[in-house]
Design a protein around this ligand. Structure first.
Ligand code: SER
Length: 878
């Protein structure tokens, strides 16, 4: 029976017994903070069991997607090493909500297994909770099982609970004896043993209690039934396999792993374990991404990341260096899309996310694995089995190699990690970092703290106006407090109030002038070293500037307007990105200047021109709609509950300033903005790129810059048209030129081919016969590595069985190539010959027994090395 038929038979059986067929719920339990993932079929019915919700039906049957990885219910470490553990699996289950209880549950399960699925009764055992006399009696009465096949086990095995709190109860498991060959062979092996012989097939939970956070059990309103049978196990059993991975469920996935790695399943226990890990993990990975979970460093995203990395590590153990996992999603989708159509819908995202994460983590993984290997090697040599925590921390700190992966590797090889030592090293380093940061911060801001305590805060008037009167409260010159500045000098000036915006929140400071009747100073930049304290970096152009002078401040309006356009556009850009790419887009940084804006955000892959166009069009349509930009102060609670976007990790006060474009955007922000979106004029994205893993960056321009940009591009095009002398159709002309160039290159290659043949004729003449082997060892100048290869091929075609070593000098560097025909590789290796030649010349190289390549920067010993080849061949015994 195929697994799809098993699924169907199970559902049909219970449907015929009056059960409502319920589709699988999501892998992420909705509104249940007690659980990271759905780990059983009953999870979605929790409120019904507890009596908090009324169910329209009293009986249900389902096939539920489950994940046991991360949190308390994790099987991840076992996966690959046993025949029966999985991270992702499907659970078949029937449920009674206060309807039937133990008796019927036992009857149904027994009839389905022995009657419908035809499993021999002689192979079956059951386990019961040690205090459950009723279950023992019912099993005897209803199935005729003898007492010797009913085993009492403790709460550890036979009392089921979904989490620390929630519905729970004694349970009874139906166990199949897979025969002594499947087991550990120990004398003590019996029902309850951890090995694969006595396989738990179906768990019948007699739901009777609710456990609260203090551990107290309260009886449920109505005793209920929750059962669960993993489809992977029952499929293997019915297909006569004693390993889940040999069932039809994993067949295509394993074939795909074989095809992509060149490793055959069944070759060796080690590679088999890796194949099983990958086959299991790729299903979990695909289903998690389908749920909208992205690899990250916390919560569910971290579980996904961990599974991905673990699978990636095993791919490397199979000798696969580049990304592999993303290629394996097809068989997962194909086999299960009928049951879970969401797999097909999200296929592309799944591939993209996996590939991105694989590429991102590949290097770290390789370096980390190498270092772990050498670490373990040296411990082994000194007969130790515990890896010092500090070493693992160094791996983590320097290469980002995660602890749990190190733990995985250690476990596989029979080692353990001193985790206390790891955490100790981590906290020492944190403390050190904190201490040095505090030190720096104090030195930097202490002078400003002193000043602000004397002068008071700066009142900022720049939201409403760009011009105002003010009084100079303090002056700093080269970091020291002074009373005045004279013409030509630079310094920092602090006023009682100002229209200049101090750089903060990504928005740059203003420029402009501060002046009076007696002096004039250019404001080069303004910063905000402390909250509500603005420093004007000035250069005095005329007169003398003194503390307590009355001055006038005037911000460069053109520049400020450009900044405002960019700032409001940044908000619109964020909204457009969230609308286009999804709510996972979060601001990770921004720069709002006068000539451009930059927005960094979380997203897993690069954006194509099409996506960028959609985003750009969206922002421009909001600009054209000329929405008002409203500024409102409100309580942080109100702002957040109205959906305002806050910066992650930023601490806000009780009262916050919100910038709202009705229906489009609402953000907490202290920056300066245009009054209506139409003021932005136009918006153009210049480019998109990666900042760091999982963070993308968009650069864009607005207002006048867009015109300047378009003009510049048009000028460039015009110049190209003039250059290719085709004012009307420059594109066609450039295409034709490229085509012409290609043709010329082809001809050149052809000519080179002829030349190589000529050289080869010459070289072949110089072939010597040594110990019965034809040897060519020659220097031919001016050839590239590729040409050398062509030359060697041509020589070999002429000579047949032979050894060829060629060296070519170009730009005072030499390339080498050595070739040994297949019939001679038992006696001579191209790789070894090349290494020797390279060594003699202080160069490097290597390859395979038939072909090797290399080079050197030192050409002095070249002739000697080339001649040495004949000696090497001489040493061969014929
Ligand atoms: N909830 C039980 C289990 O997971 C039966 O479904 O084993």
């Amino acid at each position: 029976m195929k697994s799809s038929e098993i699924r169907k038979t199970f559902i049909e059986y219970f449907k015929s017994k009056g059960h409502e067929v319920v589709a699988s719920a999501s892998l992420v339990p909705r509104g249940d903070p007690t659980l990271l993932f759905t780990n059983a079929g009953m999870v979605r019915f929790k409120p019904v069991f507890l009596g908090d919700e009324e169910s329209p039906y009293k009986r249900a049957v389902s096939c539920q997607k489950c994940l046991r990885a991360g949190g308390k219910h994790s099987d991840i470490e076992n996966v690959g090493h046993t025949k029966r553990h999985h991270t992702f699996f499907e659970m078949l289950g029937n449920f009674s909500f206060g309807d039937y209880f133990k008796e019927k549950a036992i009857e149904y399960a027994w009839e389905l297994l022995t009657g419908v699925f035809q499993i021999s009764k002689d192979k079956l055992y059951v386990s019961i909770y040690e205090e459950d006399d009723e279950a023992e009696r019912l099993w005897q009465e209803k199935t005729g099982l003898s007492l010797s096949r009913i085993v009492r086990l403790s709460a550890k095995d036979n009392f089921w609970q979904m989490a620390d709190t929630g519905p729970c109860g004694p349970c009874s498991e139906i166990i199949i004896d897979q025969g002594p060959d499947a087991g550990c062979g120990k004398e003590t092996c019996k029902v309850g043993c951890d090995c694969d012989r006595f396989l738990e097939l179906w768990n019948l939970v007699f739901m009777q209690f609710n456990r609260d956070e203090f551990g107290t059990l309260t009886p449920l309103p109505k005793p209920s039934i929750d059962t669960g049978m993993g489809i992977e196990r029952i499929s293997a059993v019915l297909q006569g396999k004693n390993n889940n991975f040999d069932s039809d469920i994993f067949k295509e996935i394993i074939s795909s792993i074989e095809a992509n790695t060149g490793v055959t399943y069944g070759e060796s226990p080690d590679t088999d374990a890796s194949i099983r890990v990958i086959a299991d993990h790729i299903r979990a990975i695909s289903f998690l991404i389908v749920e909208g979970i992205m690899p990250s460093n916390e919560g569910r995203g971290y579980v996904l990341r961990r599974i991905l990395r673990r699978a990636g590590r095993h791919a490397r153990l199979l000798g696969k260096e580049g990304p592999l996992l993303y290629r394996l999603t097809d068989p997962v989708v194909t086999s299960l899309k009928g049951v879970y159509p969401e797999l097909e819908e999200e296929r592309e995202t799944v591939v993209k996310v996996i590939r991105f994460e694989e590429e991102r983590f590949g290097k770290t993984l390789e370096q980390g694995m190498l270092l772990m290997d050498s670490l373990i090697g040296s411990l082994r040599a000194s007969k130790k089995t515990i890896i010092p925590g500090q070493e693992v921390f160094r791996l983590y700190d320097t290469y980002g190699f995660p602890l749990d992966l190190a733990r995985d590797i250690a476990m596989d090889l029979g080692f353990s990690i001193d985790e206390d030592g790891f955490h100790m090293a981590m906290s020492i380093q944190r403390e050190r970092a904190r201490a040095s940061w505090v030190g720096e911060e104090t030195a930097l801001s202490s002078i400003y703290r002193e000043l602000i305590s004397e002068t008071g805060k700066t009142e900022f008037l720049g939201y409403e106006t760009t011009e105002s009167d003010a009084v100079i409260k303090a002056i700093l010159k080269a970091g020291n407090v002074v009373k005045e500045l004279s013409v030509g000098e630079e310094g920092e000036v602090f006023l009682n109030k100002t229209t200049f915006y101090g750089e903060s929140g990504g928005q740059i400071g203003d420029t402009g002038v501060i002046y009076s009747d007696t002096f004039k100073a250019d404001v080069l930049d303004t910063k905000s070293p402390l909250d509500s304290f603005i420093s004007h970096h000035i250069k005095l152009r005329k007169g003398t500037l003194q503390v307590w002078m009355k001055v006038r401040c005037s911000v460069d309006i053109d520049k400020r307007h450009a900044i405002m356009r960019n700032h409001t556009a940044t908000h619109l850009l964020q909204s457009a990105l969230r609308a286009t790419l999804g709510e996972h887009v979060k601001q990770a940084g921004s720069f709002v200047g006068s000539d451009r804006l930059r927005f960094d955000f979380t997203h897993f892959s690069s954006l194509g021109r099409d996506e960028l166009n959609v985003v750009e069009d969206m922002v421009n349509s909001w600009i054209l709609q000329n929405h008002p930009v409203n500024v409102l102060e409100m309580d942080i609670k109100d702002a957040l509950s109205s959906g305002a976007i806050a910066l992650f990790g930023e601490r806000y006060g009780e009262r916050v300033r919100t910038i709202t474009v009705p229906g489009v955007s609402m953000e907490l922000c202290g920056g300066t903005h245009v009054r209506a979106t139409g003021d932005i004029g136009a918006f153009r994205i210049l480019g998109e790129g990666s900042v760091s893993s999982g963070i993308r960056r968009i650069e864009a321009i607005t207002g006048k810059q867009t015109i300047a940009y378009m003009r510049e591009k048009e000028d460039e095009l015009l110049k190209i048209a003039l250059l290719v002398k085709s004012p009307d159709a420059p594109l066609e002309k450039v295409r034709a030129l490229i085509e012409e160039l290609r043709e010329l290159q082809k001809e050149k290659e052809k000519a080179k081919g002829v030349a190589v043949k000529d050289i080869s004729t010459e070289v072949v003449k110089k072939a010597r016969e040594i110990s019965g082997i034809k040897v060519v060892s020659e220097k031919v100048d001016g050839l590239s590595q590729k040409d050398l290869r062509a030359l060697a091929d041509s020589i070999r075609d002429r000579l047949g069985s032979c050894v060829i070593v060629l060296a070519s000098v170009t730009d005072n560097q030499a390339s080498f190539l050595s070739m040994v025909t297949g019939d001679l590789t038992k006696k001579l290796s191209a790789d070894k010959i090349l290494r020797e030649v390279a060594k003699m010349t202080g160069g490097r190289g290597g390859g395979k027994p038939e072909l090797a390549q290399g080079g050197t920067k030192d050409i002095n010993a070249l002739d000697t090395a080339i001649n040495r080849v004949y000696d090497i061949v001489k040493t061969v015994k014929s």
